[in-house]
Ligand binder design. Structure first.
Ligand code: ZN
Length: 411
């Protein structure tokens, strides 16, 4: 008996047993993997410099000098693996003026560590990086955070235009999993103030009963909200081609989902010509005035309303972010929550890039943000002491010793 030919149309119906679509089909396709460790192991130190140069400047010969900014074909020294500026005569390497400046690891190892970091589907813990690469924990930790900083400052920026979906999700802090607007037990938050004009009691004209002041919206929720709970706000742009999901994501962390925070976030990242879809939370009420279109989905009735109105892409991001926070990083501190959110956004937006393209993309984005503002000298005690919120920077509660801590002098 001869085997059936591979391209027999009857055989093709049987396999694969389950037709995979969307991103799942991409991950199983040949296009998902463009580079592996075998390729990176062949990389010499010089080729590593050229890979970073290509990612940063799009060229290995023509680049701006980080000291004076002159764009030229600067002198290359193969021995030093550095360039000498044609204008100011200063020398610079491929990592000068980037978050990787003064790196101690060989560039080949640094690139391989970045490669392992990006290949985790929903994150890669620093401890795992450390075990994989036999480096000190602070090395792995600061590298991962420099990547996050690069993504937050270089990727989570810019205004989107098109059809957006927006949503908020309770993300961190005590009891954040409790059902929205139905808190259980008491919290430590300050009670919201009732506006003075509402405090005047009114007399019901029919019954003559005195009616008390009405509660402002979300009174119960806000009054009982634990102080360390944070809200993740996300805006996602829908792809114009059907079935391709979202193409761009912007994130921010806020203390609460209020008209002020939601509007600040939306006007920072969405153009006024955009159409925004959200749920029926009252904080989005002013959107129909601020943007070209605002449609809402009533979640108590359906996941999606007629006419394609839904914010399921935004909800799906929130779910993945929760998986990252709970499953991989095991409760990151509020102080760095925005950084982790930027990482989740990048992983989402590059989900259909091959491994090689992803590596070049993250290197390009992070190399172009300049020196690291928050992680330079971290192991020497230079820490960022603020939490980045939509409401503005706020002094963060750190988990370590207070600033200015000194050991007690011996008696
Ligand atoms: Zn120069």
């Amino acid at each position: 008996m001869s085997a059936a030919p591979v391209n027999d149309p009857n055989m093709r119906k049987l396999f694969p047993l389950r037709q995979r679509t969307g991103t799942a089909a991409f991950h199983l396709s040949r296009n998902a993997v463009g580079m592996g460790f075998d390729d990176l192991n062949l990389l010499t130190e010089r080729q590593a410099v050229m890979l970073l140069a290509e990612a940063q400047w799009g060229s290995t010969t023509y680049m701006p000098c980080p000291h004076c900014g002159t764009l030229d074909k600067h002198y290359w020294s193969g021995k030093e693996r550095r360039w000498k500026c044609k204008c100011c005569d200063k020398r610079f390497s491929v990592t000068s003026g980037t978050p990787y400046a003064d790196h101690k690891l060989p560039l080949t190892k640094l690139i391989k560590m970045v490669f392992t970091w990006i290949n985790g589907a929903s994150g890669k813990p620093a401890l795992q990086l450390r075990r994989d690469w036999n480096v000190a924990y602070p090395t792995a930790f600061t590298l991962a955070h420099k990547l996050r900083e690069g993504l937050l400052r270089g990727f989570n920026v810019g205004v989107l235009a098109g059809v957006h979906e927006m949503d908020g999700a309770d993300m961190n802090g005590r009891r954040y999993r409790e059902k929205r607007n139905r808190p259980q037990g008491g919290g430590g938050g300050p009670k919201p103030t009732v506006p003075a004009h509402l405090l005047k009691p009114k007399v019901d004209p029919e019954t003559g009963e005195i009616m008390g002041p009405p509660k402002p919206p979300k009174y119960d929720k806000k009054a009982r909200m634990p102080l360390d709970r944070r809200l993740l706000l996300v805006i996602r742009q829908r792809s114009v081609s059907k079935g391709k999901g979202a193409v761009a994501t912007r994130v921010a962390v806020a203390l609460s989902e209020s008209t002020a925070t939601v509007t600040t976030m939306a006007s920072r990242f969405a153009s006024s010509e955009s159409a925004i879809m959200s749920d029926e939370d009252p904080s989005y009420a002013s959107f129909s005035r601020l943007f070209a279109e605002h449609r809402t989905v009533n979640h108590s009735k359906a996941f999606s309303m007629p006419g394609g109105v839904s914010n399921n892409q935004a909800e799906s991001f929130n779910w993945r972010m929760r998986r990252l926070v709970e499953g991989i990083y095991l409760g990151p501190s509020n102080k760095y929550l925005a950084d982790y959110a930027a990482e989740a956004a990048w992983r989402e937006d590059t989900r259909r890039l091959s491994t090689g393209k992803k590596l070049r993309h993250i290197l390009g984005v992070t190399l172009r943000v300049g020196l690291s503002e928050w992680w330079r000298g971290y192991t020497h005690g230079h820490h960022r002491d603020v939490e980045l919120l939509v409401e503005g920077e706020q002094t963060a509660n750190t988990r370590g010793r207070k600033k200015g801590w000194k050991p007690k002098p011996p008696r």
